[in-house]
Design a protein around this ligand. Structure first.
Ligand code: PTJ
Length: 243
């Protein structure tokens, strides 16, 4: 249906895929709106990984590599967009992969776990309990998984849970194209990049970084700097467009 020579071919194919995933239940209808917001911010970034985002992704790898119990939290959008990249990151980081949903139904959890498993991820599954102090269903997680984790990666998150995880003393890594979002500002570290671009950079860095490089990256971590650099990048592109 989508002509290959369309200038926005890649973006249209992704939209079509997400719409299919919404029809099958993997992505929530609200997830399509979240994707549109992400696309708008990615336009402002030039749809490329910036130098600053690359550095943030390496720092994310350092946090995952040095964690006692790292967990990758997966929602519907992340599974639909990046199940193979999640499986790859799990292999290089050794993190647990746990599904955590805002619009939670047993059927969606099962569908997303199946999709991740068919992409090669080993999913930490089983009975979830309401362990996080949240009024909505993101409060459900596993006692030996996200609840016990010291580092949690949260791609495409909304702010509430991020804040709660930080209050619980965990290091939270967000992947979020919006540097103004509550999640981006509450996280320990935010990679301001598109999830399918960010995950492979983090995964490769997990394999390549030495222990000493991990320590240096963590010691230099200042999330405000990463957020400011992302905003400056967007500002510069807007100013260039006006010239
Ligand atoms: O699957 P569920 O039920 O858990 O629901 C998931 C959604 C995405 C609906 C839920 O987490 C949500 O409402 O998220 P928000 O509050 O819209 O936040 C999503 C953030 O991710 C926004 O700041 C978007 O800019 C950003 N975003 C969207 N697409 C991408 C992205 N960031 C990185 N890569 C993307 N592809």
């Amino acid at each position: 249906m989508i002509p290959r020579d369309h200038p926005r071919y890649g973006s249209l194919v992704t939209r079509e895929h997400l719409a299919d995933c919404a029809r099958s239940g993997i992505v929530s209808w609200e997830g399509l709106i979240a994707h549109g917001r992400g696309e708008a911010f990615d336009y402002l970034l030039g749809e490329k990984t910036s130098e600053s985002a690359y550095h943030a992704a390496k720092t994310a790898a350092a946090l995952l590599r040095t964690a006692r119990l790292p967990v990758i939290s997966v929602n519907g959008n992340t599974a639909a967009l990046a199940a193979p990249q999640i499986a790859h990151l799990q292999k290089t980081s050794g993190a647990l992969v746990e599904v955590n949903l805002f619009h939670r139904t047993p059927d969606r959890v099962r569908q997303i776990e199946d999709l991740l498993q068919s992409a090669g991820a080993e999913v930490f599954s089983g009975e979830a309990e309401r362990l996080l102090p949240l009024a909505h269903d993101r409060g459900f997680c596993r006692r030996d998984g996200m609840y016990a984790a010291d580092v949690v990666l949260v791609p495409l998150e909304d702010g509430d849970r991020c804040g709660v995880l930080v209050e619980m003393g965990k290091k939270v890594i967000a992947i979020d194209l919006n540097p103004l979002s509550r999640t981006a500002n509450m996280a320990t570290l935010t990679v301001v990049d598109e999830v399918t671009r960010a995950l492979p950079v983090i995964a490769d860095a997990c394999s390549l970084l030495t222990d000493q490089e991990c320590q240096h990256l963590i010691a230099a971590l200042d999330n405000k700097v990463f957020l400011r650099e992302a905003l400056n990048k967007m500002k510069a592109r807007l100013c260039d467009a006006l010239d």
